[in-house]
Design a protein around this ligand. Sequence first.
Ligand SMILES: C[S@@+](CC[C@H](N)C(=O)[O-])C[C@H]1O[C@@H](n2cnc3c(N)ncnc32)[C@H](O)[C@@H]1O
Length: 273
Amino acid sequence: MRHGDAGRYGEDAFRPEETGEADRIDLGALAYDEVSTARLTALGAGPGWHCLDVGAGTGTVARWLLESADVTSVLAVDRDTRFLPTGRPPGLVARTADITAPDFDPGRFHLVHARFVLMHLRSWRRMIARLGSLLVPGGVLVLSDAVDLTTATAPATPYTAVMRAMWQALRQSIGTDISWVPDYPYFLLEEGLRSVAAEIHVPPLVPDSPLNRFWADTWERTRDAILATGQVDEPQIELARHALSSSESAGLSPGMLTTWGWKPQRSAGAAHP
Ligand SMILES: C[S@@+](CC[C@H](N)C(=O)[O-])C[C@H]1O[C@@H](n2cnc3c(N)ncnc32)[C@H](O)[C@@H]1O
């Protein structure tokens, strides 16, 4: 791992070539897809929509948009598209690109969606502006990222300590910063989007569930960085892993905050929807 602030998602953690990385992303998707797709349904995703999914991962949302919401097209962009076959289903185009690159300009869309992506980027605030600028008038920007519930008054358990250490480790290694996520709705307003709203979903931790397996796997892949924080030791990690697989509640999972906002229509006074 490189030092200082040079680390990046996919290079210094969560490398796509590591065995099981697609499965790890899918476990996270399984835990949150129901909420994402319900929100996209409520926002009206459907025929005629051209959609952009950035940091699309294994493409569960992109595929759902085409197969279930019946949107017209989805451009799924990721810096590594090995988990995203173009044309399956029809209408899906996978493009390999770094969304932070200055020349990233994939077109204009009715829906721009990014889930669990911006929090891993140091340029997340610039990217909110950039993604908002990719909307057609009347289009909607939908951002989802993690909210940590291991607050100062959360119970002092191995689970809580390891979860806190994990966020610190990710911050130090690849720059992940979730401290701004509750402010995303304000940033959408700053970008001129209208009818801005947000919701937080906190799924339960259930032994053997996709979510519990996702966190156990994520800790495993970041174990060295977690230990390097000095906040926890190996026995504490083992106790926390045990808590995730025991019938007694481990605590609270990080939540997912989803915020959305509409680009105003051209005509004065037009409001969405
Ligand atoms: C945690 S995964 C989320 C995947 C998917 N959005 C989901 O929620 O299931 C983050 C994804 O963002 C991609 N990513 C990270 N940085 C990126 C960048 N600068 N440009 C494009 N994709 C990026 C990663 O390759 C990875 O597929």
